[in-house]
Design a protein. Structure first.
Length: 265
């Protein structure tokens, strides 16, 4: 049997490389040059007036390596979320089609279910493996084998539960990014604190520049990581909601178009 092409793995790998390339290019071309210009301007102002107040610049906040890595992970999660949403929309379009063709009030017995199964078997192999046609076929085959409406309904329900578990498991890479973004921010926090502690001796002598720079790395990395985590979590819950609605709507579709028409002799 031919193995299925691991598309999800290669899609995740390619989008990760693409996200890194995009973010690193933006940082190289725009972010770090702008941050250096802002810092140079601040040094000039403070050289003339050490007590002058300068507004915080977003360029300076995101200029370090940890915020860059957080943006890479967030954009990567966005690519995967977009792909998962596309798959949900593709499956949802099938809910608009009638794969069974049973009329209102029509009653179907086990001996007659085969002609309705053939309608699904006429679909392409790819369409037959989609969620709704697959669940309908499994329910009809179970009804033909057991002649029990209850068993057919149980088969459809089990297939819906399996699909829900499958969809939930396929969000594992996004959950990894949701864990990794604050973890990278914490790395920046530790690095900033370490850099500040290395400058403690100079701070005791009156030069606190090194300490403030280290603490800046700490707070900036934490700020960016937590902000991006909130954004990714919001869209993660939205895609989970879409998947749950898909399964519930498919179950209702199966009940309305198939299960309620079946009868036992």
């Amino acid at each position: 049997m031919k193995k299925a092409f691991p598309f999800d793995f290669f899609y995740a790998l390619i989008t990760l490389l693409l996200s890194f390339t995009m973010v690193h290019a933006v940082y190289t071309i725009a972010v770090r040059p702008q941050a250096e210009a802002v810092l140079a301007h601040q040094r000039e102002v403070w050289a003339e007036d050490p007590l002058a107040s300068m507004p915080r610049s977003m360029w300076v906040i995101v200029k370090d390596h940890e915020p860059e890595a957080c943006f890479v992970l967030a954009i990567w999660a966005g690519f995967i979320l977009g792909y998962r949403q596309y798959l949900v929309m593709r499956e949802r379009k099938l809910l608009e089609r009638d794969f069974v063709g049973m009329k209102d009030g029509e009653v179907v017995f086990a001996d007659d279910i085969r002609e309705f199964t053939r309608q699904i078997e006429k679909l392409s192999p790819v369409e037959q493996q989609r969620f709704l046609p697959r669940a309908l076929k499994i329910a009809m085959n179970r009804f033909a084998a057991t002649r029990s409406v209850q068993h057919a309904a149980s088969a459809a329900r089990e297939e819906c539960e399996f699909e829900a578990s499958k969809l939930d498991a396929e969000l594992s890479m996004i959950r990894f990014s949701v864990w990794a973004i604050p973890a990278v921010g914490f790395v920046g926090t530790v690095r900033g604190i370490g850099a500040a502690l290395q400058e403690a001796q100079r701070a005791a002598a009156g030069d606190v520049t090194g300490v403030t720079q280290g603490l800046g790395i700490t707070f900036n990395a934490t700020l960016v990581a937590l902000t991006l985590t909130i954004i990714v979590m919001f869209f993660l819950h939205q895609i989970q909601l879409s998947q749950d609605r898909l399964v519930l709507d498919a179950k209702a579709k199966i009940d309305n178009t198939l299960i309620r028409h079946l009868r036992e002799r």
